[in-house]
Design a protein around this ligand. Structure first.
Ligand code: UDP
Length: 142
């Protein structure tokens, strides 16, 4: 199993619901370690840049409006197969399809306000981690 880093974001709707601790607990229970964390309120420019791949799609404006509507918690999670492991416990992008017990099933409010972001592949994880943590992360002693 490969030791990986992945970017996680607790999105504005979940921060507003005061469930940061509950979500981080899911990560830790799944064996993922938080090795970087930053709470911030994205500007429109930052949100457009982060979700640049979705520019032009019908949901883009709603997504940018939502992601700039309040603070977020960006984190780097580390662990064996961290990218897939995080996606598993997040659940499907559309919370209507998210399996029971997943983060999105329990904390999403809509397709857009779906509580969490998680990188989907090693190359996107590297780009997304550098976006929020250009100074690098703080690995645990192993
Ligand atoms: N999204 C949306 N409507 C859609 C598809 C996506 O509002 O039809 C939002 C949703 O918040 C999602 C984000 O855009 O998490 C990025 O979409 P992506 O397909 O990359 O899903 P993810 O990787 O977040 O599961």
């Amino acid at each position: 199993m490969a030791h990986q880093y992945t970017l996680s974001i607790i999105k504005p709707n979940a921060v507003a619901k005061n469930v940061i601790g509950a979500i981080c607990s899911r990560f830790e229970t799944a064996g993922l370690e938080i090795v970087a964390a930053s709470m911030l309120h994205l500007s429109r420019e930052q949100a457009c840049a982060f979700y640049g791949i979705h520019q032009g799609k019908p949901f883009f404006d709603e997504l940018v409006g939502f992601m700039t509507s309040g603070p977020i918690l960006a984190m780097v999670l580390a662990g064996d197969e961290a990218i897939a492991r995080n996606r598993d416990i997040m659940g499907a992008t559309n919370p209507a399809n998210a399996a029971p017990g997943t983060i999105r099933a329990d904390f999403a409010d809509s397709f857009t306000a779906n509580a969490v972001h998680g990188s989907d592949a090693p190359d996107t994880a590297a780009v997304e981690i550098a976006f929020f943590f250009p100074e690098g992360v703080c690995p645990r002693p192993r």
